[in-house]
Design a protein around this ligand. Structure first.
Ligand SMILES: NC(=O)c1ccc[n+]([C@@H]2O[C@H](COP(=O)([O-])OP(=O)(O)OC[C@H]3O[C@@H](n4cnc5c(N)ncnc54)[C@H](OP(=O)(O)O)[C@@H]3O)[C@@H](O)[C@H]2O)c1
Length: 217
């Protein structure tokens, strides 16, 4: 697959390097070369700070039909807060700025150092990567790129859930800076007595399986 990356920094190097080693053709573009990288890619990763993302997407030129991956975390510098708070998520803003593109949110929950590890494992288990998007084919494409890193794609719902991923990242980064291991805050599924059954289905649009709704506040 041809992957264009808008940006030449940490995430571009980490993800682009791993995808190249998995056999993909990768072209990164920095300032002045965003359009070239975008034109190259069937898939385009936006890997610039969120405050620059909309301008960079505009500078990238037409993105119609492209799978456009947003990995950004729209953090307020120096604070555990989102500068998008109270409005659309960063992924939705990028989708509005590139109306023909098929935007997918992914890769924002782990640091570039994690993406550089081959493969990223947590206690020997492949890292799960939530993938949010409205276009099933685009989500499937990003899922394959997740697998190419040695990770496991986690269906994350539509792009309307991207804001939850962005808020989750902000909270996890706050824990990380406080020296708290997130695994002590989010226990493994096997330890949860309210574990949903395979037949449980969200019935009320809450996104929570019936079992979980019954047993937990
Ligand atoms: N780093 C992580 O661990 C991590 C993890 C998850 C998600 N993310 C997200 O990934 C994205 C990229 O992060 P990163 O750490 O890879 O960033 P980075 O290393 O700082 O690289 C940023 C890239 O964007 C370019 N850039 C910066 N400001 C720009 C502007 N105003 N206009 C145009 N281009 C600009 C930089 O160009 P110059 O070199 O010319 O300045 C560079 O190519 C961010 O949205 C971040 O929230 C990062």
């Amino acid at each position: 697959m041809r992957i264009g990356i808008l940006g030449t920094g940490n995430m571009a190097g980490a993800l682009g390097g791993r995808w190249e080693r998995a056999g993909h053709e990768v072209r990164c573009g920095g300032r002045g070369a965003f359009a070239e990288a975008a034109a190259f890619g069937e898939v385009v990763l936006v890997a610039v700070p969120s405050h620059a993302a909309l301008d960079v997407v505009a500078a990238a030129g037409p993105l119609d039909g492209r799978v456009l991956i947003d990995c950004s975390n729209p953090l307020v510098p120096g604070r555990v807060a989102l500068h998008t708070a109270g409005g659309p998520s960063m992924a939705e803003r990028i989708a509005a700025a590139a109306p023909g593109a098929r935007v997918v949110k992914a890769f924002n929950l782990a640091s570039s150092e994690v993406w550089r590890s081959a493969p990223p494992l947590v206690d020997g288990v492949p890292l799960g990567v939530p993938v949010c998007g409205d276009d099933p084919a685009a989500v499937a494409t990003v899922g394959r790129l997740v697998e190419d890193l040695g990770c496991a794609p986690v269906p994350g719902g539509g792009l309307d859930r991207a804001g939850l991923l962005e808020a989750t990242a902000a909270y996890l980064i706050g824990l990380w800076f406080a020296g708290v291991d997130a695994r002590t805050v989010v226990p493994p599924l096997a330890s949860d007595n309210a574990r949903p059954t395979l037949n449980s289905r969200p019935e009320d649009g809450s996104g929570r399986p019936a079992t979980a709704r019954r047993d937990r506040p």
